[in-house]
Design a protein around this ligand. Structure first.
Ligand code: HAM
Length: 420
């Protein structure tokens, strides 16, 4: 049988692989501006890291985790998300007194979902988590980082920030009981998922895309009526913070997230361009999570962004590197050619040598492999301490002195940057 990447996973190649890197680079540059430090946690965790944090009733814990026993009999799970591992790491490493703790990460996550465009079983997330005093400006700040990334990637016009609050526990419990009363009256007419959620997590019914549920959603009680004044004021300050940071948003009072650890602020940066998989970057506040993982009660807020979805939105926009080829025209010139190749790379110039075949074949290959030109070194060049520089686009050949090599290479780079 021919071996292939498993269902829901992909080999990322060419422009696509380059665009992933470009997104990761943009995030790695931005997150430190907001005070976030890098963190890497293991790709798999004790299963408890997720079972104790994401919620028993969530799809992730119920249906989507890659859980297995290792050869020592320990139950492990490939991480389906990054927040619980980061919080677990804070507790494991005894960092919980050094607040605020602000970390950013990037890497693969794993969920056993039905694959479709923008939804994979191995997918790539970038994320930021801020743990420390509960403050609405901390919520606004992480959203500002998400917004800044989207802006930096040039996706601002395709993406909208949708914002909601789940209120504090008191408000949320009251609201949940109102929802249960309301939906129980029509229980038999609800979708199967929503019937189950009525017992496990009634808030998620509001998020249902199922047609059967739609007609009951409009008449459902509104959270605004049950929110206490502390929750209301917190949410108002989050919105004020966003305005100060210059982050536009829309309130979506039906936005609830698929993980149980959230309280108060929740948000999603959504797009119309990816069909059903419309969330590009989403997150919220999770004040009880650390306690569930055996740590102190340290509030937190953060987001996870889908790199795959950002790459889909970006399309084929990254350029491949265009090197200069170095070609030895004779056996004697080979060692100088290799030295030159090393020298150019050390000086930050992209250079390639195609080792096999005669010079004509090497030039052909260089042309095919996206080189912009070639430095030819033969008998004459060796004697006169020069190079012949051939530019493929115009076919010109000029002689350059060895000492002027870098000047010529940098001039070319400038031209390239200018013309794109
Ligand atoms: P999440 O909404 O489950 O939240 O995932 C965050 C983002 O990851 C989504 O908005 C989406 O872009 C992307 N994503 C999720 N599942 C897939 C998939 N199967 N294929 C491709 N992309 C996917 C979390 O994971 C939370 N940990 C976010 C967070 C951090 N909340 C607070 N801090």
């Amino acid at each position: 049988m021919k071996l292939q990447a498993p269902r829901g996973t992909r080999d990322l190649l060419g422009t696509t692989a380059r665009t992933y890197l470009a997104v990761e680079k943009a995030f790695a540059e931005l997150a430190p501006l907001y005070g976030f430090e890098p963190i890497r946690t293991p790709m798999f965790e004790p299963t408890g890291t997720f079972k104790r944090s994401l919620g028993d009733s969530t799809d992730i814990v119920n249906k989507e985790m890659y859980t297995f026993e290792d050869r020592g009999g320990t139950s492990l799970t490939l991480r389906p998300e990054g927040t619980a591992p980061v919080v677990r790491a804070m507790v494991s490493n005894g960092l919980t007194r050094e607040v605020p703790l602000k970390y950013f990460y990037m890497g693969s996550m794993f969920r056993f979902e039905r694959p479709q465009k923008g939804r994979y079983r191995e997918f790539f997330q970038l994320g930021a988590e801020a743990l420390g005093p509960r403050d609405p400006i901390a919520d606004a700040e992480v959203m500002a980082l998400g917004h800044h990334l989207i802006q930096k990637l040039g996706l601002k016009d395709q993406v909208t920030l949708e914002l909601n609050t789940l209120g504090d526990k008191e408000s949320r419990e009251l609201y949940k009981s109102q929802l249960v009363t309301y939906f129980s009256k029509v229980k038999n007419q609800l979708s199967e998922d929503s019937q189950r959620r009525l017992d496990t997590n009634p808030l998620r019914i509001l998020d249902s895309k199922d047609e059967k549920d739609q007609k009951f959603l409009a008449g459902a009680p509104q959270f605004g009526e049950f929110m206490n004044s502390a929750s209301e004021s917190y949410f108002a300050q989050v919105q004020e913070g966003l305005s100060h940071f210059g982050v536009p948003f829309q309130i979506n009072s039906r936005l609830v997230r698929g993980l149980d650890y959230y309280c108060d602020t929740v948000w999603e940066f959504t797009t119309q361009a990816l069909g059903a998989q419309n969330a590009v970057l989403s997150g919220g506040r999770y004040d009880g999570l650390m306690e569930n993982l055996g740590g102190p009660s340290l509030p937190g807020v953060g987001f996870g962004g889908g790199i795959d979805r950002m790459v889909l939105l970006l399309g084929e926009s990254t350029k491949a590197e265009t090197p200069v080829a170095v070609v030895a025209m004779s056996g004697e010139a080979r060692s100088v050619a290799i030295e030159t190749l090393g020298y150019l790379r050390q000086a930050g110039v992209s250079a390639q040598m195609y080792f096999s075949g005669n010079p004509a074949k090497q030039l052909k290959k260089a042309h095919k492999k996206n080189c912009w030109g070639a430095l030819l070194i033969g008998e004459e060049e060796l004697q006169t301490q020069t190079f012949t520089l051939k530019t493929f686009a115009c076919g010109t050949q000029i002689t350059i002195a060895k000492n002027d090599l870098l000047i010529h290479m940098k001039q070319r780079k400038k031209k390239e940057d200018f013309h794109g």
